[in-house]
Design a protein around this ligand. Structure first.
Ligand SMILES: C[S@@+](CC[C@H](N)C(=O)[O-])C[C@H]1O[C@@H](n2cnc3c(N)ncnc32)[C@H](O)[C@@H]1O
Length: 411
């Protein structure tokens, strides 16, 4: 019945409707039919030509969930990378891309991170893009509710925001460093004709099917300078490794570099982490995306259906994590079952299992394993955040908030 709408969402913005669920689509559509006072068949007829209908549908179906300093490790890594660039003092303006930026918390977190590293506003530029014009308008306004600061470093609000009428207004000097504009990752004509030092693309690829994910990664690579770094969300790392990108070993930063564009990279000699020898940004350690002896080029045989042979010891969980970081999601998932038999249940295992299922777009299983994690460890922060985000993506706001409450019990 809704195949045409699903097809349009897939073609124009890459959305795989399975990522939010049929129920969400039905709920959104019933609101849209009411709003435009028409039935499904006339709605489907008008939608492809109507900008108003299309914009309204996109705004209703995409999930703008975000908050300040989400995945704090990635901002710590940005601070480290940025301080090295600043130390070079060659007058280069640091350029950052944040796509998608949603209501602005992520690009403003980047701006604050750079200012904390000693950058002056004229020394960097952040381009922040999204397809949802409503969230872009909110982002430009720079006014936030308490909720956007969940899990934030203490003192952040007081230092960079002015409290007004129960909202927090970002200081104008930070506001000016971010250039918000419309951009669709899957429509190159809508993207800036420019390359960046740091690219943030987090929690967008989770809504795409695998082919669209790979098209998106190709597009993102076009936007990266030769020494650039890219930051993804935790459930998206597989797509970047599958495309042959190199994962940085900093835990929970979900950062990548492009080996083919990184002449400074030493060739991967073993599956142990190697260091960037003379990289412009010297600190990050790299874990090669490919097993020993292989080049960094993407290969269709990277994600094999069968599990690799594994030692029967407690490093099984490390093996799962390593395979996941190498983009071998299917093998890693197969090892989870083996780990359950050999090692028994644990929060660490169930969380990895949930994350892998999430990455493979198996949302039902992801929810089950995040919940199992929380059964064993009710305050497992990462599982709480991932599960809340997953439930929000399915428009189950009440359940998402219940889990978020556990993270911030005083709210
Ligand atoms: C969950 S938010 C992620 C925000 C932020 N990056 C984060 O991780 O906190 C997803 C955003 O992706 C945007 N989006 C969806 N499809 C897009 C596309 N094809 N191009 C650009 N933005 C898109 C949505 O409008 C929404 O604001």
């Amino acid at each position: 019945m809704t195949a045409l709408i699903e097809q349009l969402l897939q073609q124009r913005i890459g959305m795989d409707i399975r990522s939010v669920g049929q129920q969400s689509l039905q709920r959104v559509l019933s609101g849209e039919l009411q709003k435009f006072a028409c039935n499904l068949s006339s709605y489907q007829q008008q939608l492809p030509q109507s900008d108003a209908m299309w914009t309204s549908l996109v705004e209703a179906i995409v999930v703008p969930e975000t908050w300040f300093f989400r995945y704090p490790e990635s901002f710590r890594l940005v601070a480290e990378l940025a301080s090295h660039l600043l130390n070079k003092q060659d007058g280069t303006k640091l350029s950052l891309l944040c796509l998608p930026c949603s209501t602005g918390e992520e690009p403003y977190s980047l701006a604050i991170t750079l200012m904390q590293q000693g950058y002056q506003p004229h020394q960097f530029q952040i381009d922040a893009l999204d397809i949802n014009t409503k969230v872009l308008a909110q982002a430009k306004q720079g006014s936030f509710r308490d909720y956007s600061f969940r899990g934030c470093p203490a003192g952040l609000k007081e230092r960079y925001f002015t409290a007004r009428d129960g909202l927090y207004q970002i200081h104008p000097e930070i506001r000016k460093t971010v250039n918000f504009r419309y951009g669709n990752l899957l429509d190159p004509a809508s993207l800036p004709p420019k390359k960046y030092h740091l690219v943030f693309c987090r929690n967008l690829l989770i809504y795409f099917d695998q082919d669209t994910q790979q098209a998106a990664v190709r597009q993102l690579r076009q936007l990266m300078l030769s020494t650039a770094y890219l930051f993804s969300g935790p459930a998206e790392t597989g797509a970047f490794v599958k495309a042959g990108m190199v994962s940085l070993t900093q835990r929970d930063s979900f950062a990548f570099a492009d080996p083919q564009k990184q002449p400074q990279l030493e060739p991967a000699k073993s599956t142990k982490a190697t260091t960037v020898s003379a990289a412009a940004l010297k600190t990050p350690k790299m874990s090669p995306a490919k097993p020993a002896g292989q080049t960094g080029r993407p290969s269709s045989t990277r994600v094999l259906p069968q599990a690799a042979p594994v030692k029967k010891n407690t490093s099984l969980l490390d093996d799962i994590e390593r395979q996941a970081n190498q983009g071998q999601l299917t093998q890693a998932l197969a090892l989870c079952q083996q780990a359950l038999i050999e090692l028994g249940p644990s929060a660490q295992l169930f969380y990895l299992w949930g994350l892998l299922s999430d990455s493979l777009n198996q949302k039902g299983n992801a929810e089950i394993y995040y919940r199992k994690t929380l059964y064993i460890e009710p305050l497992h922060a990462q599982a709480l955040k991932q599960l809340a985000a997953l439930l929000r993506a399915q428009n189950d706001y009440a359940a998402a908030e219940r889990f978020e409450q556990r993270l911030n019990p005083r709210k």
